[in-house]
Design a protein around this ligand. Sequence first.
Ligand code: F6R
Length: 240
Amino acid sequence: MFNIIIKDTYEEVSLEAFKALKKVISDKEKPVLGLATGSSPIGLYKNMQEDYKKGYSYKNCITFNLDEYIGLDKEHDQTYWTFMHKNLFDNLDIPEENIHIPSAVGKDLQELCSDYDKALNEYVIDIQVLGIGGNGHIGFNEPGTSFDTKTNIVELQERTRLDNARFFNSLDEVPTKAITMGISSIMQAKNILVIATGLNKADAVYGMIKGEISVDCPASVLQNHPSVTVVLDKDAASKL
Ligand code: F6R
């Protein structure tokens, strides 16, 4: 079921997203957060950092990130490990051992996927933050992905690589593969918080909320989830 909130500016969207997250976590002793990277949640993360500065402690939080590129060293400036530390973790008090980001280096890739699932299986995510791809992807689960997937290795579609090229020097540098939490794990979160802004998200937002439930738009699976808050600006909501 969707609770849809539409605001004028990215700042207002981010504040509403923060309020929704805080409502879920504030009465939990050990809140489990599912986190995303990308442009959409940066404002939410700024609000969390402000909240910490004002005295709220995040030290009991346990976090799971959705995804990570394959083919970049962990400390490359475009890994999601770097993104999360720069945009959130370096300025909060969450202990490093509570932070889970799928690792894309080291062992055999299938082993990395099952390690991540094992860690995920020990918890239930209280709130999963999601952005949405222009093609309707959630995590890096691209159109065509079965709704039953667990953590898996994906080939990034051209549209996703083009969308993300803005963070790299050239399209050639954008990795072609990623490791991502699967759709079935995302669906197990107790609450989901989707943040989307901008006209380039309008079709995907329509597909998520009003389209047919189909693997062609992975976000449409959220129509089957009991608790989804969607925070949009007017552009992202323009096709609803
Ligand atoms: C990021 C992720 C992706 C993004 C999506 C939107 O961890 O899993 O699904 O949420 O690509 O990205 P932005 O927010 O940059 O438009």
